[in-house]
Design a protein around this ligand. Structure first.
Ligand code: HOZ
Length: 433
C-alpha cells in the first residue's frame, strides 16, 4: 500500500514559509528519514488520521502522553468539565493537590512537588534548585540524554539534536556550557573519574534512567546503583529525568523498578495526558528551597493550569486501574518480539527492548549500551524501514534516536497487523542491503 499525501505536502509547503523547517519541534520535520512530514488531523484510540484521510497505527502517542489512547472519552469529559469552569485563573486550585497526591502516591521519593508546563521547564528548574541546595555550579549529564532545551542542557543532547547530528547549539554561551560535564551512559568508571577530577564541585547528576532520546537504552546492572553511591559519597543531588519513563514504564516510573531512590525527579508527558504539564519534586529539604517557601525563584502563569491538570488527573486514574501496565507490557513484548523474529527471518540485524509501554529497536547486531553504539547502528536501514512502514499506515518515530510508545488502546490485532507489515517491509530492507 502506498499512501498518497497530497494535502500534507501542500500544507508543508505553506508551513516552511511560516515556521523554521515548517514545524514547531525539530524531529517532526522528518529531517533524518526524508520525505514530507505527515500533517495529522485527528486521533482516536490507537489511530491517527492525516489531512488526506489516511489512517495510521500510532506508535508515537504524542511522544508518550497519549498513553490511554487518543481522545479517550473519560479524559475528554474531564477536560470539558474543567474548561466549563474557566480556562486559567492564576490562583491555586483544588485539582493541583489531587494531581500532586496522585503523583506522590506512585513515587514516594517525591515528598514535595512543583507543577510547571513542560519537561524543559521542569529540568532547568530542578537543576537550579540542586545548585542552590549544594552551593555548587557544575552538573553532570550523559551523552545522548535529552533534558529539554535549556542552555546548560544542550551539551551532547539526544532527541532532535541527535537526529540532526548536533552535539550542541550555537547561541549557548561557552560560559554556560562549561559547567555541564558529560559522561558516557552505562560507563560508571567514567563517572567516577569525572567526580575525581571535579572534587566537591558537582551539584547534580541528571539522568534518564532508561534513555529514550537516543533510541531506547536501558542501564546495565549496577549502573544506577553506582550513580546513587557516587552521589551519596560526594554530596551530589541525583536527579532522575522520568519525563518519558514516569507513569510509562510502570506507575512509579523506572525508580519503582530499579529500587533506587533519586533525590529529585522530573516529570512531564503522561502526567498531563496530552496537555502541557511538567513537574519536579523530591526530598522535602531540597524542595523547601523553592520560592516562596525558600529563596530559589521559579514561577509560571500557566503552572497548574486547571484544564491541563484535570486531563492529567483523569489519565493517571485510568492508568491506576488493574492490569493497565501488564497489558501495555504484554503488547510491547508482542510488538518487539514480532519485529525481532521478522528481522531474523530476513537476516536483518536488529536489537529490540521494551519496558512497560515504552519500546525501542536498533538496526544493530550487538546490544546498544550508549549513544556511541546507537550512532553506529544502521541508520540507512532505519530510514528505509521507517518510510516503508509509514507508506503502509504504521506511524513510528521519524528518528532512530527516539523511543516508541504504546497506548492502552492498542489491541493485539493492531500489534499483529503492524508485525505483518514489518515482515513485508523488512524483506525489502534486507534486499536493499
Ligand atoms: N523532543 C521530543 C521527543 N523526544 C519531540 C517532541 C515533538 O517533536 O513533539
Amino acid at each position: 500500500m502506498l499512501l498518497r499525501r497530497r494535502r500534507s505536502s501542500s500544507l508543508y509547503e505553506e508551513a516552511v514559509r511560516l515556521m523554521p523547517g515548517g514545524v514547531n519541534s525539530p524531529v517532526r520535520a522528518f529531517g533524518s528519514v526524508g520525505g514530507t512530514p505527515v500533517f495529522m488531523k485527528r486521533g482516536q484510540g490507537a489511530y491517527l488520521w492525516d489531512e488526506d484521510g489516511n489512517r495510521y497505527i500510532d506508535y508515537i502517542t504524542s511522544w508518550g502522553p497519549a498513553i490511554v489512547g487518543h481522545a479517550h472519552p473519560e479524559v475528554l469529559a474531564a477536560i470539558q468539565e474543567a474548561a466549563a469552569d474557566g480556562l486559567s485563573f492564576g490562583t491555586p486550585t483544588a485539582r493541583e493537590s489531587v494531581l500532586a497526591h496522585a503523583i506522590m502516591d506512585a513515587m514516594p521519593a517525591i515528598e514535595m512537588i512543583r507543577l510547571v508546563s513542560s519537561g524543559t521547564e521542569a529540568c532547568m528548574s530542578a537543576l537550579r534548585v540542586a545548585r542552590a541546595f549544594t552551593g555548587r555550579t557544575k552538573i553532570l549529564k550523559f551523552e545522548g540524554c535529552y533534558h529539554g532545551h535549556a542552555d546548560m542542557l544542550l551539551v551532547k543532547p539526544g532527541s532532535g539534536a541527535a537526529t540532526l547530528g548536533l552535539s550542541g547549539s550555537p547561541g549557548v554561551p561557552e560560559s554556560t556550557a562549561q559547567h555541564t560535564l558529560t559522561a558516557q551512559f552505562n560507563n560508571l568508571a567514567q563517572v567516577g573519574e569525572t567526580f575525581a577530577n571535579n572534587q566537591g564541585q558537582i551539584a547534580a547528576i541528571i539522568v534518564e534512567p532508561i534513555v529514550g532520546n537516543a533510541g531506547f537504552i536501558r542501564p546495565v546492572p549496577g549502573f544506577m546503583e553506582g550513580l546513587r553511591e557516587l552521589c551519596d559519597a560526594h554530596g551530589t543531588v541525583l536527579i532522575f529525568d522520568e519525563v518519558m519513563t514516569g507513569f510509562r514504564v510502570a506507575r512509579g516510573g523506572y525508580q519503582s523498578l530499579c529500587g533506587i531512590k533519586p533525590d529529585m525527579t522530573v516529570l512531564g508527558k503522561v502526567i498531563g495526558g496530552g496537555m502541557p504539564v511538567g513537574a519536579y519534586g523530591g526530598r522535602r529539604d531540597i524542595m523547601s528551597m523553592v520560592a516562596p517557601a525558600g529563596p530559589v525563584y521559579q514561577a509560571g502563569t500557566l503552572s497548574g493550569n486547571p484544564v491541563a491538570v484535570a486531563c492529567g488527573i483523569k489519565t493517571l486514574e485510568i492508568l491506576s486501574r488493574p492490569g493497565a501496565y501488564e497489558a501495555l507490557a504484554a503488547r510491547c513484548a508482542r510488538l518487539t518480539m514480532g519485529f525481532k523474529s521478522a528481522a531474523e527471518e530476513w537476516g536483518v540485524p536488529m536489537t529490540v527492548d521494551h519496558e512497560g509501554g515504552m519500546f525501542g529497536f536498533f538496526f544493530a547486531k550487538d546490544p546498544v549500551r550508549n549513544y556511541d553504539d546507537a550512532k553506529r547502528a544502521d541508520l540507512g536501514a532505519f530510514k528505509k524501514f521507517f518510510q516503508l512502514m509509514l507508506d503502509d499506515g504504521i506511524y513510528l518515530a521519524p528518528s532512530a534516536f527516539e523511543a516508541g510508545f504504546l497506548s492502552m488502546a492498542h489491541t493485539e490485532a493492531d500489534i499483529d497487523a503492524t508485525v505483518a507489515v514489518a515482515k513485508k517491509v523488512l524483506k525489502q530492507v534486507a534486499a536493499h542491503g
